[in-house]
Ligand binder design. Structure first.
Ligand code: NAD
Length: 310
């Protein structure tokens, strides 16, 4: 009898077909997140599962499982939505899909960096609303942004994506510093968090969220800024206390904020202070598209599919 695999959100057809050739597969056809209260009951009927960041696999979920589920292959990087300890206690293997989109996320980081430096969101809004045509332009003041060339970039978290961002930034002549308590990269200068915040024109965050890193950018740290930096976050919303970012923008301690992720993104995006204030400050946000390239997504889906053994 074939093993049964549940796919909680739609994946690319070719990866789904590969899985179907060896397993009995159920795809969540409606492609809307399965309700928390039903989730364990459904998952309990499968030998394996491919899940997404929208699925909350907490202690309660694992406590309700009997012993059928053996493997959970997550699409994405990290395990923020999975209680890995509870999975381990139940002897369930949990995997994720790192390294599939490092270049793609780094590219979106650079895009947001330049976008915030050149006030791209305000500019595009102006063109789309036709106000550009009507505007009497004061050339001494119109859309004045900053060049990023030769500026100082501070990277928080010099891992797989942080390193690619550092290399790309060097091509713009940026001086790169990083803070990472666990990793070394001899090609770039390591420093502590306080110094990094003080010296940076741009700060880009590339760590995972955990107890040490949650709200690593907060009011206390923002008060240390000296160069009105732009802050970029393509990692996870909860690395930044967004209310404090708005406070820092209002008080001109920072000159812009660019993000591909927001606080409360997986609960209700409308509750994010960044989204609420997007029209009032120099903020540019993309809708979590860092890893969203055809090639990167397909690599991640195939990587998950390869985790299942007949
Ligand atoms: P990684 O594990 O390779 O790198 C994370 C780095 O953070 C490591 O070098 C680690 O030593 C460092 N770190 C650990 N604790 C730290 C601390 N207290 N302060 C500073 N640094 C610390 O991870 P990665 O693959 O480079 O992913 C980085 C982030 O990008 C993750 O949050 C991931 O979820 C996110 N991501 C986003 C997208 C997107 O679509 N926007 C796509 C992929 C990954």
């Amino acid at each position: 009898m074939k093993k049964k695999i549940l796919i909680t959100r739609k994946i690319m057809d070719s990866a789904e077909e590969r899985l179907k050739s060896n397993f009995d597969v159920l795809l969540n056809e409606k492609d809307i997140p399965i309700k928390n209260e039903d989730f364990a009951k459904i998952a309990d009927q499968y030998d394996g599962m491919i899940c997404s960041g929208w699925d909350k696999l907490d202690k309660n979920f694992f406590n309700q499982l009997n012993n059928k589920l053996q493997i959970i292959a997550g699409i994405g990087i990290g395990y923020d939505n999975i209680d890995v300890e509870s999975a381990k206690n139940k002897k369930i293997i949990v995997t994720n899909s790192p390294n599939k989109s490092n270049d793609a996320v780094a590219e979106v980081t650079i895009f947001l960096l330049i976008g915030a430096a050149r006030k791209a969101y305000e500019g595009i809004k102006m063109v789309k609303s036709d106000k550009w045509k009507e505007k009497k332009i004061d050339w001494t003041d119109f859309m004045l942004g900053q060049s990023i060339s030769n500026k100082t970039l501070g990277i928080i978290g010099m891992g797989r994506i942080g390193r690619v961002v550092a290399k790309r930034a060097k091509a713009f002549g940026m001086k790169v510093f990083y803070y990472d308590p666990l990793k070394q990269d001899k090609k770039f200068k390591k420093t502590n968090l306080k110094k990094l915040i003080e010296i940076s024109d741009v700060i880009s965050i590339h760590a995972h969220v955990n107890e040490q890193t949650k709200y690593i950018i907060n009011k206390k740290n923002l008060k240390l800024t000296k160069k009105k930096p732009i802050i970029i976050n393509t990692s996870r919303g909860e690395l930044v206390k967004e209310d404090d970012i708005i406070w820092a923008l209002k008080n001109k301690l920072i000159s812009g904020y660019g993000a591909d992720v927001v606080e409360k993104e997986f609960i209700d995006i409308r509750k994010s202070p960044i989204i609420k204030n997007i029209n009032d400050y120099n903020i540019i946000v993309t809708p979590h598209i860092g890893g969203m390239t055809y090639q990167g997504q397909l690599r991640a889906y195939n990587y998950a599919v390869d985790k299942f053994k007949k």
